[in-house]
Structures are given as C-alpha cells and as structure tokens.
Design a protein around this ligand. Structure first.
Ligand SMILES: [Zn+2]
Length: 444
C-alpha cells in the first residue's frame, strides 16, 4: 500500500507531498508522492497529514494498566509495596490478560508500535499471547523476584529461572519474530545474586534475548542495594553481568561518575521515563550527560499507575522540558534528539535491526497522524508539532510489519470497547487488602 502525506522518515528529514510504499512487511520506497506513485501505480493509498516511524516504548508495564489511578501522590517504595506489588500479587490469569490487552490497546491507539514490556511474575503467557494476537512488536519478559517480595510474587530462584527458560523457548521469536524475550529481574532490591547471575546466563544461552531491569531510580533503592552488597547499584549490576549491549536499564536517575563510565564503556542502553520520575519524585536523570558520553538513551512511559498514560508524545515533551529546566538551558535536548530517543534509539535498545526510521528495506512499522486540530494550528514546523504539541489521540493509523492495527482512528485488531468494559469490570472486583499486608512486611 501507499501512505501519503508529509513524511518524516527520521529526525532530520521532512518530505512534503511525500509517500511511503509498503510491500509485504517492508518499506519499498520513500520519496515524493509523484515518483513513489509512478513506481507503484496499483498500490491502494491512504492519506494522513503526517506519516512517521512507529514509536518505541522502551520501558512499559502493560499489565499495570489496571492500576491507573490507584496510587497517585506517593514515592516509589510506598507506591510499589502499598499498591503495585499487592495488585500484581492478586491478579489471576484472566485479569492479567485483560490488563495486558488494555495496555496494548493504548499503545496501538497512541502510536507505539514496539514495547519493551516488563510484565509481572505470574501468568506471563497471557500477555505474550495478547501481544501476539494484537500484532504489536514487543520484547517482553516475566518478572523475576526471589527476595524481599510479598507472598504471591516471591519465587524460589531456580523455579523462576526455569519458568523464564520455558517462556524463552516458547515465545522468543514467536508471531513472525515480532515478539522476543527479555529476561526481566524486577530490580536488584528484589533479586538475589544467584537470580541476577542466572539472568545473565539465560541471555547468553539464547541468541537475541535481552535483559531488562530497573536501576537506580530512587535513593532508597540504591541505599538498600548498597547495604546488601557494599556497592553502588550500577557497579553491582555490572559485577553480576547485567551491563552490556544486550541490557536495557530503566531510569538510571542516581548514578555517580564511575557508574556513568560503566554504562558508556559497556554499551548499556538507558531508558528515560521522565513522567514517572517526576510523578514519583524520584529525581531528574542526567540525560544530557548520558547523551554527551555516547550512551544510547531511549524513552519509556513506565506504567500507567506512575504516568498515568502510555502516550509517547507526552513523554517526548516531558523529556525535553525536564532537561531544559534542570540545566537552565533551553538549547539542551533539541527536538531532533528527543525524536530519536522515541524512535531509532528505542529500536536499538529493543535489538531489532531495520527499525526506527522510514527507509527502503526497513521494517514497515509506521504511524499516521492528523494535524486537523487547534493544537495543530498553525503548523510552522513538523518536528515542533510532534515533540511539543501532538498527543497520542492525534494518531489515526498504526502499522507493524506491514499489518494495519488501526486505520482512520479505529483499532482493527481488537474490540476496543470490549477491552475497556472488561478492564472496568476487573478493576471494580480487585481487592488488594490481604496482599497489601504481606507486601508491607517486606518493604525495605
Ligand atoms: Zn518500571
């Protein structure tokens, strides 16, 4: 098919009156509409005001979608142990599936085509199946927790690693390789050394499997790790093998000079989650410094309970304005850097080649937006609109691997109303009081 409009193939190129030709799962041509149309005269055509690469959400918790609004105005460890862990501990398989679908629905609706998704401890199969059915690209992982964790989540170490291995064999490369696996320790606080080293072993055993965890998000967290291990958090993760080009660390707010050097030297990817960091009052990640050091910085919404949406456009704006006020310098994190964090840098973090820009031979993960709105008027500069004014609801079209997931604003791969109704019903029935008591006993 042909997608025509103003094409934004990457952060430095705008093609007015352009078109993208999609042949099967790949992009066949990008250029002026007239010349692309001449090459592919028979392709059906859809027109959108802006056509750009699908966004990559490089740190997402789809299954926390049911917790949107249950834990506002709290800091990380209270947020986690009083609300989120109890909620995850109480959810059964059917509820986990509804939660995952709600998350993926929001991603498809708002323009995220690839998610690096931190699931929960149990019922990961349901999320893998939901992601595969709904057609999103994802690097998903069952969460590992083998210490300092409430009943219902804490697992015996070897059992947790064995279950991870089963899931890797079943889902890594599944759904035409749209779905891949990330070994996913929750964070160093809730994982033993044996568990963290086991995560590294599994990632080394299976080609293309990534490691995805939270790191140095909150000061209480790094104090706990320091008391446990005698080391700074990133130094500890490095010692047990959790740095490197196959590792995606979410947050990295509180890092010292030596840790930043480690991140740069090892090629570890960092996912910045500005809304979450601001809402949980975790701190301001030193993103300008990371970019100066050549660290690959991607962008993520984190979970709906700490954001409270999965809208990638909001996240781009937050990422930019947070660094500007932190540095008291409006020139830092220019629009092009932010656009790259949300697209090509995320693709690198996720480990998919030929992803994150529109180019012949690259994967056809594409979104289309409408600028027919007051916030899209006037429209001097496309990148300015995308980074500072656009919202997820402006996305009208979402495609992964050449398959349409949403067109003309209607999701085609799922019944959106049904998912929302099911999620509302599940949310009304959730009772986390027993699990909360157990979780609070484990709070560091
Ligand atoms: Zn997170």
């Amino acid at each position: 098919m042909l997608l025509s409009g103003t094409i934004v193939p990457d952060s430095s190129t705008i093609i007015e009156n352009g078109a993208v030709a999609v042949d099967g799962s790949e992009i066949a041509a990008v250029g002026k509409r007239q010349s692309v149309r001449a090459q592919y005269p028979d392709f059906p055509e859809q027109q959108y005001d802006i056509v750009m690469p699908g966004m990559v959400g490089s740190h997402i918790h789809s299954v926390q979608s049911l917790g949107r609004g249950i834990s506002d105005d709290t800091e990380l460890l209270d947020w986690l142990f009083d609300y989120i862990l109890p909620m995850e501990a109480t959810m059964d398989a059917a509820q986990m599936e509804v939660a995952a679908k709600l998350g993926y629905l929001e991603l498809i609706e708002t323009g995220t085509t690839t998610a690096i998704d931190h699931l929960s401890v149990a019922h990961a199969d349901r999320a893998f199946e939901a992601a595969g059915e709904m057609g999103i690209r994802g690097v998903l992982g069952k969460v590992l927790m083998d210490q300092r964790s409430p009943d219902g989540l804490v697992e015996e170490t070897q059992m947790a690693l064995d279950e991870t291995e089963r899931l890797i064999e079943r889902y890594h490369g599944s759904f035409n390789d749209r779905i891949r696996y990330a070994v996913t320790p929750r964070f160093a606080v809730s994982c033993t050394e044996e568990c963290l080293r086991g995560a590294r072993r599994l990632a080394d055993t299976y080609d293309g499997v990534r490691i995805h965890t939270h790191a140095s998000e909150n000061q209480g967290e790094i104090e706990t790790v320091e008391a446990d291990t005698g080391k700074r958090n990133i130094e500890w993760l490095h010692e047990v093998g959790l740095t490197g080009e196959d590792v995606v660390l979410a947050h990295c707010v509180w890092t010292d000079e030596a840790e930043r050097e480690l991140l740069a030297e090892t090629g570890t990817h960092v996912t910045h989650c500005p809304s979450s960091n601001m809402k949980l009052a975790s701190g301001i990640a030193p993103i300008v410094d990371y970019l100066d050091r050549g660290i690959n910085v991607a962008l993520g919404n984190d979970g709906p309970p700490c954001n409270n949406t999965l809208d990638p456009f909001t996240e781009m704006k937050q990422a930019s304005v947070l660094q500007k006020v932190d540095q008291l310098d409006p020139t830092v994190t220019p629009m092009s850097d932010i656009f790259e964090m949300a697209t090509i840098n995320g693709a690198k973090a996720a480990g998919f080649d030929r992803l994150g820009k529109l180019s012949p031979g690259w994967r056809a993960d594409i979104i289309g937006l409408s600028t027919d709105s007051t916030r899209g008027t006037p429209l001097y500069e496309i990148l300015s609109y995308l980074v500072f004014a656009a919202r997820g609801e402006d996305v009208q079209f979402t495609m992964v691997d050449g398959e349409i997931l949403m067109e003309d604003g209607t999701v085609t791969v799922a019944d959106a109303d049904e998912i929302r109704q099911e999620a509302t019903a599940v949310a009304e029935s959730l009772d986390i009081s027993d699990e909360r008591a157990s979780a609070q006993e484990q709070k560091p």
